[in-house]
Design a protein around this ligand. Structure first.
Ligand code: NAG
Ligand code: NAG
Ligand code: NAG
Length: 433
């Protein structure tokens, strides 16, 4: 509600566009309060155990943060140089239309957003950080359509060879102020299967750099044994807007659509999703309150926007694009992936907007969700409706205040001691950040 008083006052520093947006924002909050009012009313007059949740107009107005105070806090207190690599390292891959939009496409989105960002500098001698734009996730297999990443290590190695030959910056820091994106399953280990990823480890030449990666766990793991920033998987922001189903309540109680093996294949003692998904299928696909589907369906995001709870069980890796899709579409993510580390914990109120269920408790999901539906569901949904959570998980081009690339920049600003240039500046300048 603070936002209402802040944004409803006419602010002379806002552009017309921003003013339009803040007016919208005001309406957004007004409608949120009204929906909440009607929702409360609904609960008072209906049996809350029905779990029929009033659907909120979950509009993705991502410019909503463009209030003056927030724009001023946009991080711009360091400089970043983006290497202009030959097209075989990046632009060439975009000839495949899937390259910029699939779940690993943050490598493309972050590059694009940085090119027009306020932190970018054109003179590398002024730079605190160096971004190395290599797209490694766009070599889609002609057999299964999944990105083959066997070429990732050699491709990155030749990028590093090129920049260390032509510029002095890699050698002077050993790569410590250089930034790479490793957005697929096991991050900088560049393998989709955990045991092989762990055996390969992070390539020696990347071990001193800063890796932006989707993979993260709370325990020691060779694939995050590097300076890293956890980033969300990529979801095209326009797909969020397209999938909003307006003006209807959430008629699905608990939703999951995705790969679930009825008889899981044994890969040397390892099973997809540690068999958690198989258990979900066996136990809940006939359950009257669960909507569980194994077939692919292109319109699954509109199902998310119709759902109260969205299950986000681990696959091969603990993270999943469902986490972002659920938050963006206002469905409470139910995270089932022991030890997962979640992106941007300072910006996203994960404990307030999600539920975490231990892998071993997955059989009790029915009871757990019923209990939440009859106790604190409205609190969680209210937290989820705060657009700051969704904003931090989406990559926009150009950068928008508080979006995912903005969060990366803000996190980098705290790592200036990794920068060759900054670590040689007088201390008072460094502490200024
Ligand atoms: C793409 O992946 C396939 C299969 O791993 C590999 O044979 C091919 O060399 C890769 N292409 C490039 C350009 O690296
Ligand atoms: C950086 O180091 C490598 C390996 O020692 C060397 O081949 C290269 O010439 C150096 N680059 C520059 C710009 O001095
Ligand atoms: C809601 O209740 C569940 C237990 O039923 C608890 O685990 C969760 O942390 C609560 N969430 C919030 C935001 O209060």
């Amino acid at each position: 509600m603070v936002e209402i008083s802040r944004t409803s006052k006419k602010n002379p520093f806002l552009t017309t566009n921003q003013r339009k947006n803040t007016t919208f924002y005001f309406k957004f909050f007004l409608s949120a309060s009204l929906s909440f009012y009607f929702f409360t009313f609904f609960l008072l007059t209906h049996n809350p155990n029905l779990g029929l949740i009033h659907h909120h107009h979950y509009v993705s107005n991502s410019n909503a943060f463009a209030s003056k105070a927030l724009v001023q806090s946009e991080p711009n207190d360091f400089k970043l140089f983006v290497y202009d690599l030959p097209p075989e390292f990046n632009a060439d891959w975009l000839s495949d239309g899937r390259c910029g939009g699939h779940l690993f496409a943050s490598e493309v989105a972050i590059h694009r957003a940085l090119l027009t960002s306020r932190v970018r500098c054109m003179d590398p001698y002024e730079a605190d950080f160096f971004f190395v734009p290599v797209y490694v996730s766009c070599n889609f297999s002609s057999i299964n359509g999944l990105p083959a990443i066997a070429h990732a290590r050699p491709l990155l190695a030749s990028a590093v060879a090129a920049i260390s030959r032509e510029f002095p910056f890699w050698n002077r820091s050993g790569g410590a102020d250089h930034i790479f994106v490793a957005s697929h399953d096991y991050g900088a280990c560049f393998h989709a299967m955990e045991h092989e990823a762990m055996a390969d480890g992070i390539p020696q030449f990347l071990k001193h750099s800063i890796i932006l990666q989707t993979f993260g766990v709370k325990y020691k793991h060779p694939c995050q044994d590097v300076e890293n920033i956890l980033i969300p998987p990529y979801i095209p922001p326009e797909s969020v807007e397209e999938s909003v189903v307006h003006g209807r309540r959430r008629d699905i109680f608990a939703f999951f659509r995705g790969k679930m093996e009825v008889n899981p294949k044994n890969f040397g003692g390892r099973f997809y999703g540690k068999r958690v998904r198989t258990l979900i299928w066996k136990k809940f696909h006939r359950h009257r309150r669960f909507y569980i589907k194994r077939q692919r369906f292109a319109g699954y995001r509109s199902e998310i926007s119709r759902s109260v709870f969205c299950l986000c069980p681990l696959g091969w890796a603990p993270w999943s694009p469902r986490l972002v899709e659920s938050v963006a579409l206002g469905c409470v993510p139910v995270i089932i992936a022991d030890g997962i580390r979640l992106p941007f914990p300072d910006a996203v109120d994960w404990p307030g907007i999600s539920l975490t269920v231990a892998e071993r408790d997955v059989g009790k999901l029915g009871r757990i969700l019923e209990r939440v539906a009859s106790t604190n569901l409205s609190t969680i949904q209210n937290n989820l409706w705060n657009p700051k959570n969704r904003q931090a998980l989406l990559f926009h081009n150009p950068i928008q205040p508080h979006d995912a690339t903005w969060q990366v920049i803000r996190t980098l600003a705290k790592k200036l001691d990794s920068s060759f240039r900054s670590s040689r500046l007088p201390n008072q300048l460094k502490n200024d950040t």
